[in-house]
Design a protein around this ligand. Structure first.
Ligand code: ATP
Length: 226
């Protein structure tokens, strides 16, 4: 830990993970390295409020995430959103984590550029910055957040005030900054994987073999989503 810095930041990575794939895993890995995060907590969403219901059950998505991160000591699975009844809001999850980990622990919410561009639709979204930093990874097919056209003015204002070039600052405060990060561009999406499976195409090499074996053994995603 460098002089004057607090504990190393913990990354919080939520998603539907329906199913988890290498786009998710590289995002977590590259932000962990780039921002020197001591741990990444993967938190599968139970009932995501701002999108349609996931295609497979929470328990399948949780198990696939467990298989995907197995063997990486920096990655941990957190099932709190899946265990919570009703819609799960990130602001509630971060509030709980803040209570558990204390006011000085830097927390960093990880997301792709597509998720960040939709941030104003999230419940009490401005409070997220009181609870955590936000690290945004570039995602193929979406504009770089630092010059995105079409961003709502309120979000652009937050970005202008909070964007920091230097990831070291993440270690010196508990919350409140935004970091934009380039990662290896992988144009992989769970939608594409689900559609491929329903059409009988193998998603091999887009996700870990252990996840694919699980999908096949349980017969998941054989029917195209409506
Ligand atoms: P779907 O196609 O079902 O919408 P998805 O592939 O976008 O799923 P999610 O579980 O919705 O996956 O995404 C969780 C988080 O991971 C989001 O913040 C999203 O921006 C990010 N993410 C997903 N895939 C990638 C990718 N290929 N590159 C960068 N970020 C990604």
């Amino acid at each position: 830990m460098p002089a004057g810095a607090g504990p190393d930041p913990i990354g919080i990575f939520g998603g539907t993970f329906d199913p988890i794939h290498y786009g998710h895993l590289r995002l977590a890995q590259e932000l962990a390295t780039g921002l020197r995060l001591r741990q990444i907590r993967f938190i599968p969403a139970g009932h995501p409020p701002h999108r349609s219901e996931p295609c497979v059950s929470s328990l399948h998505r949780l198990e696939m995430a467990r298989l995907a991160i197995a063997g990486n000591p920096s990655f941990a699975l957190d099932d709190r959103e899946i265990s919570r009844p009703g819609p799960c809001y990130t602001v509630d999850t971060l509030t709980e984590l803040r209570r558990e980990l204390g006011p000085d622990q830097p927390l960093c919410l990880l997301m792709g550029a597509d998720a960040f561009l939709g941030l104003t639709t999230w419940h009490r979204w401005q409070e997220l910055f009181d609870l955590a930093h936000v690290a945004v990874a570039h995602r193929p097919g979406f504009p770089q957040v630092t010059w995105a056209d079409g961003m709502p003015d309120v979000l652009r204002r937050e970005l202008r005030q909070r964007l920091r070039e230097n990831g070291h600052l993440l270690h010196r405060s508990a919350a409140g900054s935004i970091f934009a990060h380039t990662i290896t561009p992988l144009d992989i999406s769970a939608t594409h994987i689900r559609n491929g499976l329903a059409a009988g195409h193998s998603p091999r090499y887009l996700l870990p073999d252990a996840v694919l074996d699980y999908i096949q053994s349980k017969g998941l995603y054989t029917v195209a989503a409506k």
